[in-house]
Ligand binder design. Sequence first.
Ligand SMILES: [Fe+2]
Length: 181
Amino acid sequence: MDILDQMVKFANKDIIFKKSAKITKEDTILERFFSKAQDLSEDSHKQMSLYVAFLRGLYLVHQQNHWETKGYQQHLLFQRLYENVLESADNAAEKTVGLFGSLMSKGLESKIADQFKTEKPDLEACVKSSLKAEKSYQNLVKKVYDGLKERNELTLGLDDMLMSQANDSETRIYLLQQSIV
Ligand SMILES: [Fe+2]
C-alpha cells in the first residue's frame, strides 16, 4: 500500500463507512458534518441565522450611508463597504443552508439596520453609524465563533469563513477610521 492509499484509509476510517448514524459523545465534528444537518444543534442553527441576518443588516447600513454621502470619495468608500459585506452575507447564507438546511430569522435585517441609522445625513454621522454597526458585528462574530467551538460544531470551513469575514470587517473599520482624519 502506498502512502496515498494509507492516507485515504486513515481519513475514511470510522467516518465515511460508519454504519450507525446515531450520534454519540465520541463522534467527531467530521462525522456529524457528514451525517444529516439536523444533527448539528438548534442553538448553532439559530446563531448562524442571526449572523446572516446581521450581515444583511450591515449591508443595508453601509448602502444607506452610501446614498446619504455626497462627496465622491466617501460615496465610493461606502459602496466598497456594502459590496464587501454582500459577499460575506452570501457566503454565510449558503454555508448556513448547507449545514443546517434553512435560514431562520428572515426579515430581521431591516430591524438590525434600524438600530444603526444615521441621525443626520452628514459624513461624520454616516461614518459613525457604519463604525457602530461594524463594531457590533465584531462582537457578534466572536460570540457565534465561541458558541460553535464550545458545542464542538465549528467545522474547519466555518472556522475559516468566520475568521476571514471578521478580518474583512477589521479592514472596513480601518477604512472608515481613515476617512475621518
Ligand atoms: Fe450607488
